[in-house]
Design a binder for this molecule. Structure first.
Ligand code: SAM
Length: 208
């Protein structure tokens, strides 16, 4: 059994937008902290990986898909798909049974469109992280806490659907579950609050 875990996000969206770029950089940085590997798989040939991501030591870019990387009989049984529709929740003992944790490279949507089903139908063993949709970086963070730090899901402090306030009047409710940081705020990738604010300003401008 390899000592360090691999966290894979299978690229499923046509592009890698600025939200995903920030989420993936946060995943790469935090994965380096536990000597793990963070892989973005199924990238189209010649795909331009954002420079900031390439520089992260834990990061690997991969054009093969997860089925080719871990075929039946050659590691597939050691891959766990984090799946909001799985029957069983992730628990600390899963550390023994899995080396690879697989996530859908999909931006969160509200209501969720269950695009994780694209990976579910490939037949990987699934585990749920509780009933509420998380952002991809939160899902990886929670998985790491359970697997590496041996938290049970109910020990983790969460913030559901937090409201981000910008100045006096503007605010946005985020339709996801986050881990609550020591400062009582949702843990988000560096630069994300500014990006959300910029996007909110843009949609307000579009109204006029
Ligand atoms: N709306 C989504 C969908 O279409 O499936 C969820 C996308 S979520 C932003 C990205 C990935 O994070 C999912 O594919 C899944 O691997 C993981 N994830 C998020 N919340 C989860 C939960 N409650 N349980 C298990 N996995 C979760």
């Amino acid at each position: 059994m390899p000592e360090h875990k691999t966290y894979i996000v299978e690229h499923l969206d046509p592009e890698l937008g600025p939200w995903s770029a920030l989420e993936y950089r946060a995943i790469a940085r935090e994965t380096a902290g536990c000597d793990g590997v963070f892989m973005l798989s199924s990238l189209p040939e010649g795909f331009q990986v954002p420079e900031e991501l390439k520089q992260e030591s834990a990061f690997r870019a991969e054009t093969r898909g997860v089925e080719d990387l871990y075929p039946e009989g050659k590691g597939k049984e050691r891959v766990c798909l984090l799946d909001p529709a799985a029957d069983e929740d992730l628990n600390p003992d899963d550390k023994r049974d899995f080396d690879v944790f697989l996530f859908g490279g999909i931006l969160g949507d509200d209501p969720p469109r269950d695009r994780t089903s694209e990976l579910r139908k490939k037949g990987f063993t699934g585990r749920r992280l509780g009933p509420v949709q998380m952002t991809t970086d939160t899902a990886v963070r929670v998985t790491r806490m359970v697997v590496e730090e041996q938290y049970t899901l109910d020990m983790i402090p969460y913030l559901d659907h937090p409201e981000l306030k910008f100045g006096e009047k503007e605010s946005t409710e985020m339709p996801f579950r986050y881990v609550k940081g020591k400062d009582g705020k949702p843990i988000m990738p560096e630069g994300m609050v500014d990006l959300i604010k910029k996007d909110a300003d843009k949609s307000i401008d579009d109204l006029f």
